[in-house]
Design a protein around this ligand. Structure first.
Ligand code: URA
Length: 221
């Protein structure tokens, strides 16, 4: 994408990526959002968690998963035995998309064009971090890395081979479990923490999220 640093070395430098993303105009979402919310966490993280997009709090504070969904996620990670210091958190889309309902800012789903425009940032983050496990939270993050046919209900909770980041967005980017053998990294899809907060069945949804995250912890040891 035209907004990535041209120097290939800078593309694997997280801080250079963050600075470049701060000025991204790759889609119209920058117009109404407060700021780009780039990923955050250790450059040595073994686990990268990918959400959908920043929420209201994240947009104001400029950091991912600092609102209610983030607090629930922190609790679930702790319960699953994943240390916060071992994790980098980011989003598939890096600007908050919302509409006003009175004074309240209500989250809106990013469309495929916005997801496609933002994907080079996510791919560059993942190439730079080279984690052992990538965890997608919810449908948008799953689609960003596994394609538009991804369904959380069908594919959650399984360690899948990490797709080839060079091929993402091309027809060749099929995830084939048979081809895992020599690939070092895993991808695990699970539900979004906001889905737990919205559910009538919170306890069960939360337990399912923790179960999935335990598989991530297991893949690290
Ligand atoms: N929901 C997300 O998907 N990402 C955030 O950063 C916060 C809430």
């Amino acid at each position: 994408g035209p907004f990535l640093p041209e120097d290939p070395q800078l593309r694997t430098d997280l801080e250079a990526l963050r600075r470049a993303a701060a000025g991204c105009r790759g889609c119209p979402l920058y117009e109404n959002a407060t700021q780009t919310v780039f990923g955050e966490g250790s450059a040595d993280a073994h686990v990268v968690l990918v959400g959908e997009q920043p929420g209201d709090q994240e947009d104001r504070q400029g950091a991912p998963f600092v609102g209610p969904a983030g607090r629930l996620l922190d609790r679930a990670l702790d319960e699953a035995g994943i240390e916060r210091g071992d994790v980098y958190v980011t989003n598939a889309v890096k600007h908050f998309k919302f509409k006003y309902q009175g004074k309240r800012r209500i989250h809106e789903n990013p469309n495929t064009g916005e997801m496609r425009a933002c994907r080079p940032w996510l791919i560059s983050e993942l190439q730079s971090l080279d984690p052992d496990v990538v965890v997608t939270l919810g449908a948008t993050a799953g689609k960003a890395l596994l394609g538009s046919t991804f369904r959380v209900t069908k594919q959650r909770g399984e360690l899948l081979p990490m797709p080839d980041l060079e091929l993402l967005g091309t027809p060749a980017a099929k995830v084939d479990a048979e081809e895992k053998k020599d690939s070092a990294a895993w991808l695990l899809a699970t539900i979004h923490p906001s889905a737990v907060l919205r559910s009538d069945n919170r306890d069960e949804m939360y337990a399912g999220l923790v179960d999935d995250l335990r598989k991530v912890a297991g893949a690290l040891t």
